[in-house]
Ligand binder design. Structure first.
Ligand SMILES: Cc1cc2nc3c(=O)[nH]c(=O)nc-3n(C[C@H](O)[C@H](O)[C@H](O)COP(=O)(O)OP(=O)(O)OC[C@H]3O[C@@H](n4cnc5c(N)ncnc54)[C@H](O)[C@@H]3O)c2cc1C
Length: 508
């Protein structure tokens, strides 16, 4: 029996959230789809691992764009529409900010959030609320324009705030509100979820982040992020998608400027009309196109012109007491020596100690995620690759243990308890771990950095010009909407839409 069909409509390289979303959407439109995943599990970074008999979430802190039943946001709606039924749990608060002179817990809901900031910084309510409302309007425009692109004059009339703020950084727009610095600090912690300082982060992205997380709150799947991966995988197979694990793709086959298939590491040559690829364009254009002479010069230039985003460093502690017993009260603590995001971004170039970390206690949203009487704490920093590229193989162990120790000591001081005294398991996830398990370029989990020259609005404008090879489309964190699990669903859908539109156009 032959393992593969002679031909597929679409071959998808990578079964992470983006690849699986493309597969679901294409199968829903009746296309014949093959997904090839290099790992022995689907989901990419949406995964978990087992230590001491306990399944531990590997990455997810919180999912954006889900919403409640009946009031679903776009990612939640896509899961519902595709018949992927996730058991969502509410994250109890937005975050606790532990910053110089500030210990403040903030909750979702614009009014509640503004009141809580006002309680810490009296007199700031109205300006905070107005800024949140601006974020809300810009976010609504982004959601609408993403689905119904419109002419420039129509946009000018209908989406005035979006147009007005599109050319400015988050810092520039926030400064126009003349807020006390402490209030700005309390509204800045989420910057880490996009990994770009406020001075270069487009306001559009900041607005989306704030409106989505503060406006609607966030969720986590009861059976960890792997629940999304496994249920998407199962549903895609049910819809007729062929998914093969442990099948790394080494080459994308191209002839006369058009992709026509792939070659796996095992040596199978598989043909299809279109290829959607999750591997970074850096990797694709430098080593995956066969023959190499088919790589257009413009492709390498475009890739080199982009800045690689941040990577991730996490220490997981499985602890021998409950969160309550250990005095852990908040789901999500953003802790920093400073909230100057430029200074933090500089510090992230080093090998630590990192001056801004985020800590999740998943049990506070998902009480039964670890055995009774225990809890799990994950402490994360998002360093840049600069420092890590200089670490030799013989130094990795020392470097990672030094960084991990400093992060655990910092949080031990914060909770007033020596966390290592209670650790049943300590697991360290480094940029190398990420690169090893997902093949992400330099272990970069966030794709290319959003800055004023390269962000969702600019990327929309250059998208057509960047189809260097016909019938080859990219999905994943390096694409239009950037990093995050919710945005990967959107990136995967965008890639599938491109393929469907292109098929329809060529059939005319
Ligand atoms: C510590 C940490 C915390 C995070 N927290 C959050 C959070 O709270 N909320 C959030 O939304 N996001 C979070 N993220 C980010 C989020 O996990 C990623 O942005 C997102 O999962 C990336 O999905 P992807 O589909 O782009 O890539 P991946 O998940 O890497 O999927 C790509 C897939 O393609 C496969 N692949 C690559 N090359 C090949 C090849 N040649 N052949 C076959 N298969 C291939 C890989 O094995 C992988 O399965 C976090 C990330 C980390 C590391």
């Amino acid at each position: 029996m032959k393992f593969y069909k002679d031909h597929y409509d679409v071959i998808i390289v990578g079964g992470g959230l983006s690849g699986l979303s493309s597969a679901l959407m294409l199968a829903d439109k009746g296309k014949d789809v093959l997904v090839l995943e290099r790992h022995n599990l689907p989901g990419g970074l949406a995964t978990s691992f087992v230590r001491g008999g306990v399944e531990i979430e590997a990455t997810l802190h919180e999912m954006m764009s889900i919403g409640d039943p009946g009031k679903r946001l776009k990612v939640g709606q896509f899961f519902d529409d595709m018949g992927v039924n996730i058991d969502w749990l509410e994250v109890p608060e937005a975050y606790h900010a532990s910053l110089p002179g500030l210990e403040v817990t903030l909750h979702p809901g614009y009014e509640r959030f503004a009141k809580e900031v006002d309680a810490a910084v009296p007199g700031s309510y109205q300006k905070v609320y107005d800024l949140l409302m601006l974020c809300d309007r810009v976010c609504n425009s982004m959601n609408e324009l993403g689905i119904h692109p419109m002419s420039k004059p129509a946009m000018l009339l209908k989406h005035t705030d979006f147009v007005k703020t599109a050319g400015y950084s988050a810092q520039e727009v926030i400064d126009t509100f003349d807020l006390p610095q402490k209030a700005i600090d309390l509204m800045s912690p989420y910057w880490i979820y996009v990994g770009a300082p406020l001075s270069t982060l487009p306001f559009t992205i900041y607005a989306f982040l704030m409106a989505d997380y503060i406006g609607s709150g966030s969720k986590v799947p009861k059976k960890l992020s792997h629940e999304m991966s496994m249920k998407m995988f199962a549903r895609a197979e049910e819809m007729g998608v062929q998914i093969e694990l442990k099948q790394p793709v080494e080459k994308i086959l191209v002839k006369d400027g058009k992709a026509y298939g792939v070659r796996t590491k095992r040596g199978d040559e598989i043909h299809g009309d279109y290829v959607i690829c999750s591997a970074y364009p850096n990797k694709v254009y430098t080593s995956m196109i066969e023959p190499a002479g088919e790589v257009p010069a413009g492709a390498i230039k475009a890739v080199n012109g982009r800045k690689i985003g941040v990577t991730a460093f996490t220490v997981f502690l499985l602890l021998d007491k409950t969160a309550e017993e250990l005095g852990i009260k908040d789901y999500n603590v953003f802790k920093g020596d400073t909230m100057d995001t430029d200074a933090i971004f500089e510090n992230y170039k080093t090998l630590g100690p990192y001056n801004y970390i985020t800590t999740i206690c998943l049990n506070l949203a998902n009480p039964t995620c670890t055995p009774e009487g225990t809890c799990i704490l994950s402490i994360t920093a998002l360093p840049r690759v600069d420092g890590w590229l200089k670490v030799g193989a013989d130094e990795v162990d020392k470097v990672k243990h030094d960084i991990a120790r400093s992060m655990v000591e910092e949080m031990s001081k914060y909770y007033g308890v020596n966390l290592l005294d209670h650790a049943l398991e300590v697991i360290i996830e480094t940029p190398m771990t990420v690169a090893h398990y997902t093949g992400m370029w330099n272990g970069c989990v966030y794709g290319y950095m959003h800055d004023m020259k390269d962000h969702v609005v600019a990327r929309l404008q250059t998208a057509d010009a960047e189809h260097f090879i016909k019938h080859l489309e990219f999905g994943s964190a390096h694409q239009l909407t950037g990093n995050g699990m919710g945005p990967q669903v959107t990136n995967g859908r965008k890639a599938a839409k491109y393929v469907l539109d292109s098929m329809a156009e060529e059939a005319k």
